[in-house]
Design a protein around this ligand. Structure first.
Ligand SMILES: [Zn+2]
Ligand SMILES: [Zn+2]
Length: 65
């Protein structure tokens, strides 16, 4: 695995993962889940939930300063 950094997101430890990407580190959790194109409002909603990455398309939601 390329991801060396420990991620605190619970998704990594789950046996059944229904999302493609980790919302915290952006790593692919389940490559069997189809990558989808998200409408902007979906990303806006995730941003409000303080997700750094989109769980569906892996896009970074928080801009680096
Ligand atoms: Zn993670
Ligand atoms: Zn997305």
């Amino acid at each position: 695995m390329l991801q060396q950094r420990r991620c605190h997101n619970d998704n990594h430890g789950r046996a059944i993962i229904k999302v493609r990407f980790c919302s915290t580190c952006g790593a692919v959790l389940n490559s069997n889940v189809k990558q989808s194109q998200c409408p902007d409002e979906r990303h806006a909603k995730m941003r409000r939930l303080q997700s750094t990455y989109c769980m569906d398309c892996g896009e970074r939601l928080v801009r680096e300063r």
